[in-house]
Design a binder for this molecule. Structure first.
Ligand SMILES: Cc1ncc(COP(=O)(O)O)c(C=O)c1O
Length: 365
């Protein structure tokens, strides 16, 4: 395993060796952006490294309110609540909405944070992956009224965009609630980078989104934006929100600096998706099996883990970092996961394609 001893960016370094980096989720290249780093340094100088208190006691500082205001502007929503992680967001939302839904239905391949966030005493059903007909069948067959349907907006491993345009009418028909976990969509999809709801042009006040600053926003921490009523409920009712330490100064400062860049330069997102689109076409053209069209995630799938592992190793021997996926939630997929960021150069992408061609010559697809 290559353990980096540098910041992340187009390249990473390990023990003096330079590697082209196509891993992680820093889609817009903001995690090590000079303006973000400077903002973080200034925040640490002013506030130190931790506020060391819950938001409900003495842990709410001016910069939390500023960040929440900026996130609300970015999302075009009334208000926002920030908390420790995107992982927590699903649990927080499902906890405070409890009582308004009868049953939770999730995609078969929902992220671990969705499954972990469903309250223990709530009935759960899973529908086949991205299969709206199956979702509707389950609702009709079981005579479910007021369900809550929760899905990844973009699936972390396969990069597929959930068919919210088809799920939404089904949810409406059964008086349900729709939640999209937009961890991998925020900052990337939609005209203003607001995620899957904007991507599909669905009414923003009828779909809940759980989001994170830890991927395209390059920083850390989760958030939920919505009406004042929703954010007040979170502040008043969520034990997770109330009983954990407020986001620390460097994290808050990073979020604000990244948001400023994202809102001032929509071209970042456009360049990212153009680059990824081209790279994915080339990879598919080589005969590899892939998915995730329209997102910066390019999986390359195999029928055995051994092949995925070998390709990841072959790439690293050629100074390119692309992980193979071993998570328990990997859906029985054997894959490497290539992620593109907005500042990857054409030469870097061409180099990956060249190495993949060499691999095919040796081993086939
Ligand atoms: C779909 C999805 N939801 C939530 C998370 C968790 O986000 P965070 O890393 O901010 O806790 C992830 C990240 O791994 C994810 O892929």
């Amino acid at each position: 395993m290559i353990v980096p001893d540098s910041e992340i960016g187009n390249y990473i370094f390990s023990k003096g060796k330079k590697y082209s980096y196509f891993g992680g989720n820093d889609y817009l290249g903001l995690a090590s952006h000079p303006e973000v780093k400077e903002a973080v340094i200034r925040a640490v100088q002013k506030y130190g490294v931790n506020f060391s208190a819950s938001r409900c006691t003495t842990g709410t500082f001016d910069i939390h309110l500023e960040l929440e205001k900026q996130l609300s502007d970015f999302k075009g929503k009334q208000d926002t609540v920030v908390f420790a992680s995107g992982y927590q967001g699903n649990g927080i939302l499902l906890e405070i909405l409890k009582g308004s839904y009868s049953t939770v239905l999730t995609d078969q391949y929902a992220h671990a944070s969705i499954l972990g966030g469903i309250p223990r005493d709530v009935k759960i059903m899973t529908y086949n992956h991205c299969d709206t007909d199956h979702l509707e069948y389950l609702l009709a067959q079981n005579r479910i009224n007021t369900p809550l349907i929760i899905t990844d907006g973009v699936f972390a491993l396969t990069g597929e965009i959930a068919p919210l345009d088809r799920i939404y009418p089904v949810v409406k028909k059964y008086n349900g609630t729709l939640v999209a976990d937009d961890a991998h969509s925020t900052g990337v999809l939609g005209k203003n980078g607001r995620g899957t709801q904007e991507h599909f042009n669905l009414p923003g006040d009828e779909i809940y989104q759980t989001e994170t600053m830890s991927k395209a926003l390059g920083g850390y921490g989760g958030f939920i934006s919505g009406s004042k009523k929703l954010t007040e409920l979170i502040r008043k009712r969520s034990a997770t929100y109330q009983a954990s330490t407020a986001l620390p100064p460097p994290v808050v400062a990073a979020g604000m600096a990244s948001l400023k860049i994202i809102m001032e330069d929509p071209g970042l997102r456009i360049r990212l998706l153009e680059k990824t689109g081209k790279m994915r076409e080339e990879i598919a053209g080589l005969g590899f099996r892939t998915s995730g069209y329209g997102t910066p995630i390019i999986p390359v799938m195999f029928s055995s883990m051994e092949r995925a592992k070998n390709l990841s190793l072959f790439l690293s021997e050629n100074r390119i970092i692309v992980p193979y996926i071993t998570y328990p939630s990997a859906q029985g997929l054997h894959m490497i996961r290539i992620t593109v960021n907005a500042s990857h150069t054409d030469d870097q992408i061409a180099e990956v394609i060249g190495i993949l061609k060499k691999w095919i010559e040796k081993k086939g697809t």
